[in-house]
Design a protein around this ligand. Structure first.
Ligand SMILES: Nc1ncnc2c1ncn2[C@@H]1O[C@H](COP(=O)(O)OP(=O)(O)OP(=O)(O)O)[C@@H](O)[C@H]1O
Ligand SMILES: [Mg+2]
Length: 433
């Protein structure tokens, strides 16, 4: 196995820094593509032409580009579902260009748009596929299937024996991700894995993937058409033009603020501030605090808080410190049960893992223009409002521009003044010129 426990994840963004703080060991393996080319029989020219890329261990790289530009072909060459016409692939220390493809696929998980589940196999059989191929014992495989289903949020008791046709699209895609992860491969390839579901489910699946990736730190190569998906998920994004040529390979921040050329700019589009909201998480920004009290607290204490708390509002928490009711000045403090509760019930909260885009949605739809932020068990951790969000986004955009500029200067310093339009990542050759 080509795991490299000593190797640190790539980049120095917040995600990479967070990963570096975690004990090494489960981190994925680096991938290096060297001059990969694919000419399909009968094709007019190469579908993929001389692509070179380095992907760091534990890094998530997203390939975006127009339909037919060669994203899927590039991805499938990494696990040799498609054999390269020329060029080499390295995973960790190993040159995998010539090894037995079946052995290769055990260390490379693969999830695709249509979920790719075998219709005649149950959920459990689908997830068990690669562990069984790898010769795991029945008991270990069974345990692993339970673990993986739990990981992607499907109750094994309920779903284990179902067939794919008995699942929703989003559930099928979860099973697809569980199957790709089952043999604990250091590398995960995902080809538009969330393409076939509605935007809400897709958003949810993206959040799940980010959560998983914080725990597992695989090396992920992810293909999408959707630039917003790319900036949400990618540590770095490779924008590809025809024949998979690299137009730009850099962090989302750098691509957003300094697109290399008109082609990349066309992909990024306008609306940097709105896009930036997708990129930042609530836990990364300062939240405000409001006075809180508990549901059973004496009414006179709550009334005192309302009067003297300074914000004109008090958030009542339940026994588990979860936001329960907003009380505003003028509201009658709640009488002890069974009297009807006063104030406005809390209808929506955002978890600390949510994007600022989700937080903005919640703030805009809240009658008082603010939303309570919750921790892992739904407990209150703070409050976001419009003014805080606006200040945060403006500060983030300014910091992005400063960082992108410093980054560009460092690149120019490293490569001389004549650096071309195809940018390189912070640590290695970016690819085909
Ligand atoms: N098996 C094949 N035989 C011949 N040509 C192929 C084959 N598979 C793909 N191609 C061609 O290679 C090019 C790249 O295809 P590929 O599937 O990699 O594109 P893609 O970027 O994934 O597109 P999409 O976003 O539409 O999925 C296309 O022009 C396609 O027609
Ligand atoms: Mg494709």
């Amino acid at each position: 196995m080509a795991e490299q426990p000593g190797e640190q994840p790539y980049g120095n963004g917040p995600r990479a820094r967070e990963a570096a703080a975690r004990p090494a060991g489960s981190v994925g393996a680096a991938i290096r593509l060297e001059h990969l080319t694919k000419v399909y029989p009968g094709g007019a020219g190469p579908a993929v032409d001389d692509v070179s890329m380095e992907i760091g261990a534990g890094e998530t790289v997203v390939l975006v580009g127009p339909s037919g530009c060669g994203k899927s072909t590039t991805l499938k060459m990494i696990n040799r579902l498609i054999e390269p016409t020329s060029g080499r692939i390295r995973i960790g220390d190993e040159d995998v260009t010539g090894i037995d493809p079946v052995r290769l696929r055990r260390k490379v998980g693969y999830a695709i748009q249509a979920s790719g589940l075998f219709p005649h196999m149950t959920v459990a059989q689908n997830v068990a596929l690669v562990p069984r191929m790898a010769g795991w014992s029945a008991a270990r495989t069974r345990e692993r299937v339970e673990e993986m289903l739990g990981l992607v949020g499907l109750d094994p008791g309920e779903f284990r024996h179902r067939y794919p046709r008995q699942l929703s699209g989003g559930q099928q895609q979860r099973v697809g991700v569980a199957r790709a992860l089952a043999a604990d491969p250091p590398v995960l390839l995902m080809d538009e894995p969330f393409g076939a579901v509605d935007p809400v489910t897709r958003d949810h699946l993206q959040d799940e993937l980010l959560r998983l990736q914080r725990e597992l730190r695989k090396t992920i190569v992810f293909v999408t058409h959707d630039f917003d998906e790319a900036i949400k998920l990618g540590d770095r994004i490779a924008v590809l033009r025809e024949r998979s040529r690299l137009a730009q390979f850099d962090t989302p921040e750098a691509i957003l603020t300094h697109p290399a050329d008109a082609f990349v700019a066309g992909f990024v589009g306008s609306g940097a501030a709105l896009k930036r909201l997708h990129l930042a998480r609530v836990r990364d920004v300062p939240v405000a605090d409001v006075p809180t009290a508990h549901l059973g607290d004496p009414p006179e204490a709550i009334a005192g808080l309302l009067r003297d708390g300074g914000t004109g509002a008090v958030l009542l928490l339940d026994g588990d410190r979860r936001p329960h009711t907003w009380l505003r000045r003028g509201d009658r403090p709640p009488a002890p049960p069974p009297a009807a509760p006063a104030g406005t019930p809390v209808t929506g909260t955002v978890p600390r893992d949510a994007t600022l885009r989700d937080a903005l949605e919640a703030v805009l739809t809240d009658p008082a223009g603010r939303v309570a932020v919750t921790g892992p068990r739904g407990e209150y951790t703070g409050v976001l409002d419009l003014a805080t969000l606006r200040g945060t986004v403006q500060a983030l955009l300014a910091a992005d521009r400063a960082e992108a500029l410093a980054h560009q200067r460092a690149l120019r310093g490293a490569h001389g003044a004549g650096a071309g339009t195809a940018q390189e990542g912070p640590g290695g050759p970016g690819g085909a010129a």
